[in-house]
Design a protein around this ligand. Structure first.
Ligand code: ADP
Length: 402
């Protein structure tokens, strides 16, 4: 018996198949460039087989059919037929205030996902398309929606409200929602397991540093504040997103530089962050680190700015938590860039944070601790695994005795 996990985007479907018992990953991959030239499937399974091939897929429904075909393929597949899939877990970005935990998908849940499309126009409609495609393809098994916002619904009002007229919240629902919740949730529990301590005993700051970056203060297993806000644009500086800026910059750009709102949106989402500051035509940290090594001063400044923001949030969230036991680094940059982890932790001895440079530099792909023996705070590197968290949520909801 297996669980299929889907993350449906506007032109891609990421998937993973997990064994119900033992929760191990049997296979996974992505169908990408759906609706464009060069649609392809990238896939691997637990035996080490890899597939990288063009596919004839025009929409999400056809992608789900193609994924099933490969999962049940005689040579590369991992199950005999699709009846071995007993549930599908879907990543959904926005559940707003209405859905605060993972739920079995029914008509109401789909309505809520549709409703919050106004707040997550790039994600919720695609997530819903994936759900509808699976209902057609797997009509007899339940679907579970796991929301990026759900983990953050424990954030108290003083942290989720903006200093705006209250009606903007009560009527227009303008507030901090936070994102990457599935990832922060996963690493919080992975840290507790690794430290053999209940999450209920820990004050954690989790740094999800990928193309998108967010940082979350987790008090005894519950998110109490997070850096992304009403949208994923707020907070840390990211690959191409600005993160926090003075909102008056937007009026300035519109009034004095005559930019339209759409242009400002593009600027802040796609042309800012590491990409915009370093100005080397790439948002990939590896390229920016290489440019810095070659003496590019702006690349160096971009990295310092990126790191400084993380440090600032570390301090702020230590205060919000009233102490700190554990820092977690996860996602592409968090897991693979020791230089950034070292810079973030530099000069924080006063907060009880001391990194061990040797342990930090020794890279491998497993969960590991990198604090110095003098450090009061644990510093952990934890590989991100949102798919596994979604599978775990499905198991908890459908297959665990209450
Ligand atoms: P996404 O948010 O799209 O899931 P990832 O978590 O895969 O992104 O993170 C992508 C980021 O991770 C990119 O900025 C990339 O430069 C960075 N990254 C990946 N590997 C390394 C590495 N070895 N060293 C430095 N940065 C890395």
């Amino acid at each position: 018996m297996t669980i299929l996990v889907l993350n449906t985007g506007s032109s891609s479907v990421k998937f993973a198949l997990f064994q119900l018992l033992g929760e191990s990953r049997l296979a996974g991959g992505i169908v990408e460039r759906i609706g464009f030239e060069g649609t392809k499937m990238v896939y691997d399974n637990h035996r080490g087989d890899k597939v990288h091939q063009p596919v004839q897929v025009r929409n999400t429904g056809e992608a789900v059919a193609e994924i099933t075909k490969l999962l049940t393929d005689k040579a590369d597949g991992v199950i005999r037929d699709k009846n071995q899939v007993v549930a599908v877990g879907h990543r959904v970005v926005h559940g707003g205030e209405k859905i605060t935990a993972s739920v079995i998908i029914d008509r109401r849940v789909k309505q809520v996902i549709q409703e919050y499309s106004t707040l997550a126009p790039l994600h919720n409609p695609s997530n819903l398309t994936g759900i509808v495609a699976c209902e057609k393809h797997f009509p007899d098994i339940p679907g579970v929606a796991v929301f990026d916002t759900a983990f953050h619904t424990t954030i108290p009002a003083h942290a989720y409200l903006y200093g705006l007229p209250y009606q903007m919240y009560s009527e227009d629902k303008i507030r901090r929602y936070g994102f990457h919740g599935t990832s922060h949730h996963y690493v919080c529990h992975a840290a507790a397991d690794f430290l053999s301590q209940p999450a209920d005993d820990l004050k954690i700051i989790s740094c999800h540093l990928g193309n998108g970056c967010s940082i979350t203060a987790i008090d005894r297993g519950k998110s109490i504040d997070t850096s992304m806000g009403f949208t994923p644009l707020e907070g840390l500086m990211m690959g191409t997103r600005s993160g926090d800026i003075d909102p008056a910059i937007i009026f300035y750009l519109m009034e004095h530089k005559k930019l339209e709102s759409q242009q400002v949106k593009e600027l802040l989402n796609k042309e800012s962050g590491l990409f915009g500051l370093a100005g080397i035509g790439s948002s990939d940290l590896r390229d920016i680190l290489a440019a810095r090594e070659n003496g590019n001063r702006l690349a160096d400044t971009a990295i310092r700015t990126f790191v400084y923001r993380i440090k600032k949030y570390l301090g702020a969230y230590t205060a919000a938590l009233g102490g700190l036991d554990t820092i977690i680094f996860t996602a592409g940059i968090g897991e693979n860039a020791p230089f950034i982890r070292e810079m973030v932790c530099q000069n924080l001895e006063g907060l009880g944070i001391v990194i061990d440079s040797e342990k930090n530099a020794a890279g491998n792909q497993t969960i590991r601790e990198i604090q110095h023996e003098d450090s009061r705070v644990n510093i952990l590197v934890i590989p991100a695994n949102e798919e596994k968290e979604i599978a775990l949520q499905v198991i908890k909801l459908l297959f665990t005795e209450k």
